[in-house]
Ligand binder design. Structure first.
Ligand code: DC
Length: 430
């Protein structure tokens, strides 16, 4: 899987410099998409093609080759095999590049090239529409901004260093015009992606901006690493089974010291079932898991897995991490696999602690899975104060068959209500 960093923003915000440094720092392939549009503009100038000559533009696009290479640490741009690194920064190119980049055919061709360049690679791509259009699911999205005058001053200085002859006023006017045009493009307009981090570089040094973005990239990589750990499936083997048994004996003994556990009803010794319980305390899931002869694969919110011991126990007891506030397809697949294997799945349909007390609407994922997998739901009512040495009641109900709701997606709420009503009755039972 590739890792994509998108850096968008208007001209003169320091995108190019910042991107180059970050590419080196994080070993990412650097793609300057502005340089690609500049190549197209240069080719049109070379061939004397005008903006309105669409047929000629299409023909030119069919044969164009653009390569971005790193030579001795310097980004080098090749147009049809020729080094044009300096030529694409000329005044003439700068004047027409924005309208050229507005041509639909040019954009479609460049975007296709950009996506191809990124296939299977870790990249950092700078431009105007990377986070909004080219890679809307980029891992990191930055929108770099700065005041117009400051941007013009920077670009003017840059041009001077590169030997490009443009006055400050010319640069300012050019940037202003390009900003307007880039923001009003029909396709790939310059705008802030809703999930981008906006950084204003007006009064910041390059190093400061690099530091800020580095922090964002590092955090993202760390999150991914943690997610990888959380979602890793630890295979079942004899050693894991043995450790689980020992831990279960030890923890259930501790539980018995702290609480008097009273269990009524039971879970069938074989076959797949979904145990749906009310949730009052973190210790209720532990009670279900520890006082069951069979292994109960509990669904638990993923942040629980970030705590050392819970992470270890979660993996030992094959708990299934779930992302809240979104449809977690991966978690759903794991749950269905558990049921397909004839095992027990544990779920809190309330989705949170004391959801019933707070009159919150129960989630219908359990009913959905029961119907999809063709398994019955066992309602479980737990109650107790969980004060030391108090009684904790676990009441298992009769399995509920929801198969009448098969192919009736609109009746999931009704199916869930049946389960919740049973749980309520069991909670009230001594
Ligand atoms: O980044 P730059 O100034 O070299 O870009 C040159 C022009 O190319 C800019 O005015 C807008 C256009 N461009 C674009 O439309 N989309 C991109 N992703 C990158 C650049």
């Amino acid at each position: 899987m590739s890792f994509i960093v998108a850096i968008d923003g208007p001209a003169g915000t320091g995108k190019g410099t910042v991107t180059k440094i970050l590419a080196k720092k994080f070993k990412l392939i650097n793609v300057d998409t502005g340089a690609m549009y500049r190549c197209v503009a240069l080719e049109m100038l070379n061939k004397g093609i005008k903006i309105e000559e669409l047929d000629k533009i299409k023909e030119m696009l069919e044969n164009i080759t653009i390569d971005l290479k790193e030579e001795n640490g310097v980004q080098t741009v090749f147009l049809n095999g020729e080094n044009v690194t300096k030529d694409i920064r000329s005044k003439e190119v700068s004047e027409i590049v924005s309208p050229v980049s507005s041509i639909r055919e040019v954009r479609l061709k460049m975007v296709a090239l950009q996506r191809k360049m990124a296939e299977g690679k870790d990249i950092i791509m700078e431009g105007r529409d990377i986070g909004t259009y080219v890679f809307p699911t980029a891992d990191v999205k930055i929108y770099l901004d700065a005041d117009l005058e400051e941007r013009a001053r920077r670009r003017f200085q840059q041009n001077k260093e590169k030997g490009i002859n443009m006055s400050y006023v010319e640069v300012l006017e050019n940037i202003k015009k390009r900003d307007e045009n880039d923001k009003s493009k029909e396709l790939g307009a310059l705008k802030v992606a809703h999930d981008a981090e906006v950084i204003d570089s007006t009064s910041k040094s390059i190093n400061q901006v690099v530091r800020e973005i580095s922090e964002i990239i590092r955090k993202k990589k760390k999150d991914y690493k943690l997610q990888g750990k959380i979602y890793k499936i630890r295979k079942e083997n004899a050693w894991k089974k043995f450790v689980r048994k020992v831990v279960k004996v030890f923890l259930s003994a501790l539980y018995h010291i702290a609480y008097r556990v009273k269990i009524t009803g039971k879970v069938p010794e074989q076959g797949a079932y979904i145990l749906c319980c009310n949730h009052i305390n973190y210790l209720d899931a532990a009670a279900i898991v520890l006082f069951n002869k069979r292994k109960v694969n509990f669904v638990a919110k993923e942040d629980l897995f970030t705590h050392g011991i819970l992470f270890w126990l979660g993996h030992l007891f094959d708990a299934i991490p779930i992302k809240r506030d979104m449809q977690d397809i991966e978690a759903m697949k794991r749950c269905l696999k558990v049921l397909k294997n004839g095992e027990l799945l544990g779920i809190f349909p309330e989705g949170t602690r004391k959801g019933m007390e707070k009159n919150m609407k129960a989630k219908n994922g359990a009913a959905f899975m029961a119907i999809k997998a063709g398994v019955k739901v066992i309602p479980v009512g737990i109650h107790g104060t969980f004060k030391p040495f108090s009684k904790v009641y676990i009441n298992y109900g009769e399995p509920i068959d929801l198969s009448v709701y098969k192919n009736q997606k609109d009746k999931l709420d009704e199916a869930t209500e049946i389960v919740m009503n049973q749980i309520k009755e069991l909670v009230e039972k001594e």
